[in-house]
Design a protein around this ligand. Sequence first.
Ligand SMILES: NC(=O)c1ccc[n+]([C@@H]2O[C@H](COP(=O)([O-])OP(=O)(O)OC[C@H]3O[C@@H](n4cnc5c(N)ncnc54)[C@H](OP(=O)(O)O)[C@@H]3O)[C@@H](O)[C@H]2O)c1
Length: 244
Amino acid sequence: MKRILITGASSGIGMHLANSYLEAGWQVIACGRSLSKLQSAIKATHPALILCTFDINQRTEVINKLKEVRALDAVILNAGTCEYMDDPLSFDSALFKRVIDTNVTGTGYCLEGVLSNINQGGQLAIVSSSVTMLPLTRSEAYGASKAALDYLTRTLAIDLSPRGIAVSLIRPGFVDTALTQKNTFSMPGIISGEQACKYIMQGLEQRKLEINFPKIFFFIMKILSLLPNALWRRLAVKMIRTAE
Ligand SMILES: NC(=O)c1ccc[n+]([C@@H]2O[C@H](COP(=O)([O-])OP(=O)(O)OC[C@H]3O[C@@H](n4cnc5c(N)ncnc54)[C@H](OP(=O)(O)O)[C@@H]3O)[C@@H](O)[C@H]2O)c1
């Protein structure tokens, strides 16, 4: 039986991944902060399920728990948070730190704990976001955190290749989860958690270096990202004014 570890498994994309890998016959180590939340999100009585609780901001706890989980065929580092910067003139450095701590430093703690437990020929995936394709309004903290994950993942893909570990960068567009349910703006091309899960499982099966979805949204973002910076800035400012 293959073994996969998934962080952020207590809701949204991670929850769907945990349930789908269980259905596909994998042993799943599902990680989250709250045992009761994990138990109600995932098929808690499934014999192939192991629950593991830690807050990814607590370095010692993360490393100690993850060092115990041996012989992994795949790891998906998915836990993350999103907060937007409402007023750029009163830059909220506490918010900035919260987002960077959880999304970037927390991922680093997970890597320290888990990397040496991935089998030769195994896989590592990190969940970033399509936000990294373009600078988007109010995304100073979230975008910066995910851009850091892009660089980290691409670098790991180089350095882990000689060790036989395939690395994938996952960049979802909008997915209907608790994280996006609090958004008050329109989210073009939004897909369900189940659809996101299918894209991710398919991409990992093919050991893809980058898993970008949904396809039409990715294509539009790709085209926009090819515009000269000054033109994109003018368009983005115009979009903010129209929305006001
Ligand atoms: N939804 C989207 O449109 C979208 C788009 C692009 C990228 N993403 C990325 O996809 C990933 C999953 O997001 P989601 O949409 O599924 O959101 P979600 O439903 O809010 O799930 C986030 C998961 O991360 C966990 N988490 C957050 N902070 C944590 C911490 N300090 N320690 C341990 N676990 C923590 C949460 O645990 P708790 O239940 O304990 O809070 C939860 O299980 C995130 O990295 C997000 O940035 C999402």
